[in-house]
Design a protein around this ligand. Sequence first.
Ligand code: 1CP
Length: 339
Amino acid sequence: MIRALKGEPVDRTPIWLMRQAGRYLPEYRKTRAEAGSFLDLCYNPELAEEVSLQPIRRYGLDAAILFSDILVVPDALGQEVAFKEGEGPVLAPITRVEQLDELDLGGVVERLQPVYETVRRLKRSLHAETALIGFAGAPWTVATYMVGGRGSPDQAAAKLWAYRAPEAFQKLIDLLTEATILHLSAQVEAGAELVQIFDTWAGSLPETQFRAYSLAPTAKIVKALRGKFPGLPVIGFPRGSGALAVDYARDTQLSGVSLDTGVSPAWAAKNLQSIACVQGNLDPLLLVAGGECMRSAANHILDTLAGGPFIFNLGHGIVPQTPPEHVAELVELVRSAKR
Ligand code: 1CP
């Protein structure tokens, strides 16, 4: 996986899957029930290590991703964050610029020590061939939850704040950029070999705001990380950004760009693969359906992208209703594909 990200030749296509640890696995549901709340699981190094390893044990994937969440950063900044059963994340929304003064950037790394302890444990228990991925949400995506107080289909609260008061909104983005640099640096120091920046809601921004709130902060984060850790592989996931992914890949200096389900593999081969390693992009619902439709779509992605720098993945995270046997079949298909 690291070789693919550096554009070096590989003998087979590496594969891991976004949200590879999670509710579709019975062993995850068991550990999750033992842990208490979702955040209790994120902050319990022993159990968080266990759930990170579960998909590796089952499928022998090429990378393990730290088990945590993008919303541990607002939690560590001092915002009230809870995960409600069946509802997803709920935060006490930030609606006024004065509330930003109450957030404590200096305390982030200290409060997230249990997360870095999970990384250290994983580093010790993984075989050298399994890459260890650290991650964070991109500032824009994390801001949508901080301002909206929950997930939303249109990210309207954060967008309206950005349109009506761009200077105030920029302060939030800058604060999150700094927090993300601190959080990712601590993960790398603890043993993460590469990091992924999830910009799940990048696609809701028009071009001007995409450049300001998605591309520019990501570029800053990559630059700061490379200053501390030269050559560090960094993957970005600008979900829904369409053709702007080309400027995003080039201007951020990312090593890899994760493609969402809507991106044409042929378009990515032509326009992105010469700039960065690409990762993706099987529809997670094809993994639910399984069978011939899954196999032919996976083969199409492999045929189109595996000749260049490429990591097989999904276009978004695994969904809870995914049959675990379909994941096994997909991994086997990618493993046995000729290069
Ligand atoms: O009760 C549970 O088990 C909660 C389900 C769950 C899980 C398994 C949540 C709540 N977070 C996670 C773990 C998680 N989240 C990981 C590590 C596991 C892995 O990948 O194997 C990662 C990388 C994330 C990242 C994440 N969290 C993103 C970005 C990626 C994406 O999927 O778009 C986002 C947007 C979140 C927020 C979040 N956390 C949880 C939920 C249900 C959500 C989405 C809320 C919404 O729909 O807006």
